[in-house]
Write a protein that binds this ligand. Structure first.
Ligand SMILES: *Cc1c(COP(=O)(O)O)cnc(C)c1O
Length: 380
């Protein structure tokens, strides 16, 4: 295409400046903005496409399928799924991974009811509507975790129907982790034999493997599939994620379509061959120890933020092993200035690697000043 014309260049320059500005004041969304993938720039010259099942060859040879399989294997280790039993692919993000889990659950339990908490990510309701699956919303506790009593009672009423639980491994607003042991105790108590657990682990799925005392989150804790985001903890210039499940389950899905002459096991047809490369590069670059360090620093920063807020009399808190710091919703100008994610009367800061102590101090300061201001106005 050659060099861009001056007016195109000018437009790109102003866009880039705007993006530089907004990237520096982003504290409410769970995306790691610190990375350097410039070594991958040459690969933008190829029309990489991993169409179809990553574990089967394709006629389209400009692909990164072997790299993708390595990414799936590395993620399988993290979520405690033996590699030889693992199947998965690199998705466009957490939403697609959640859709895949529900799609599979429906293939295995066509009459199942999906149970999910009030704090579940909005992608789940949308996916349920797309898939037209019967579903029931369960109450949440104050910290964002499932209300197990409500789950028990609701499942009890529908004991004759397969149970599909959408478990949150880190809710969006408060980083709460649903207790997989308690969920399975409910299956046991009610003698439910047809059940399926999908874990929505968009953010915390890459935190828990690297902490000393994780809540149960993986296949060793009874899940059947899991969705993780790639652009959150790892950080990526293109949204992406990984979905993992057991190979046996996918064979059931695959067989029915193989009949039509293809092995069409993924949700999309054409899939990015570039995002697997990004994830592979990051995993190779960091290694387990590097990721452990990254996650440790994020958790330390979250602890620091809670302390600073509390020192100023603001009742901030976080769930265990979470980098999501929750506090009373500040006025809109503070929300805007730091791109905080508000919901009702709360807001949060997520201490991703680009969130520094200086940023935390500034945010706490802004919230404290506004509170003081608000209180004084109230007194007059
Ligand atoms: C971010 C998030 C998602 C959606 O992930 P996308 O990659 O944005 O599609 C799903 N669930 C939870 C809990 C999330 O935090």
């Amino acid at each position: 295409m050659g060099a861009p014309r001056p007016e195109i260049r000018a437009r790109l320059d102003s866009l880039q400046q705007a993006l530089e500005d907004t990237s520096g004041r982003q504290a409410g969304y769970p995306a790691n903005l610190v990375y350097d993938y410039s070594a991958l720039t040459p690969f933008l010259r190829y029309s990489l496409n991993n169409i179809g099942d990553p574990f089967h060859e394709s006629n389209y040879q400009v692909n990164t399928r072997d790299i993708e399989r390595e990414v799936v294997a590395a993620f399988a280790d993290l979520v405690r799924l033996p590699r030889e039993e693992a199947w998965g692919y690199v998705t466009s993000g957490g939403t697609e991974g959640n859709m895949y889990g529900l799609y599979l659950a429906r293939k295995l339990h066509p009459d199942g009811i999906v149970y999910f908490s009030q704090d579940t990510h909005y992608s789940v309701l949308k996916n349920l509507s797309v898939l037209n699956m019967r579903n029931i919303m369960i109450k949440s506790q104050q910290n964002g975790e499932l209300d197990y009593d409500d789950l028990y009672e609701t499942v009890r009423i529908h004991r004759d129907t397969p149970v599909i639980v959408m478990a949150n491994i880190g809710t969006t607003m408060t980083g709460a982790i649903d207790d997989l042991v308690r969920v399975q105790a409910i299956f046991e108590d009610l003698a439910i034999t047809n059940h399926y657990i999908h874990a929505d682990a968009a953010l915390s799925g890459l935190i828990l493997p690297f902490v000393d005392d994780p809540q149960p989150y993986g296949f060793d804790a009874g899940i059947d599939s899991i969705s993780l985001s790639g652009h959150k903890v790892i950080g990526a210039p293109l949204p992406c994620g990984v979905v993992l499940t057991k190979r046996d389950y996918v064979n059931t899905v695959a067989r029915s379509v193989e009949y039509l002459g293809t092995l069409d096991t993924t949700v999309p047809g054409s899939r990015s061959g570039f995002t697997p490369l990004i994830l592979w590069y990051a995993l190779e670059h960091y290694g387990h120890e590097g990721l452990r360090g990254l996650v440790g620093n994020m958790l330390d920063m979250a602890a620091y933020a809670v302390e600073r807020f509390n020192e100023r009399g603001i009742p901030a808190w976080r769930n265990r092993n979470s980098v999501t710091v929750v506090f009373p919703r500040p006025p809109d100008e503070v929300v805007q200035a730091w791109q905080l994610a508000p919901l009702g009367d709360i807001a949060h800061v997520i201490t991703m690697p680009h969130v520094t102590r200086a940023m935390v101090d500034e945010i706490v300061d802004a919230c404290a000043k506004q509170r003081l201001h608000g209180n004084m106005r109230g007194l007059r």
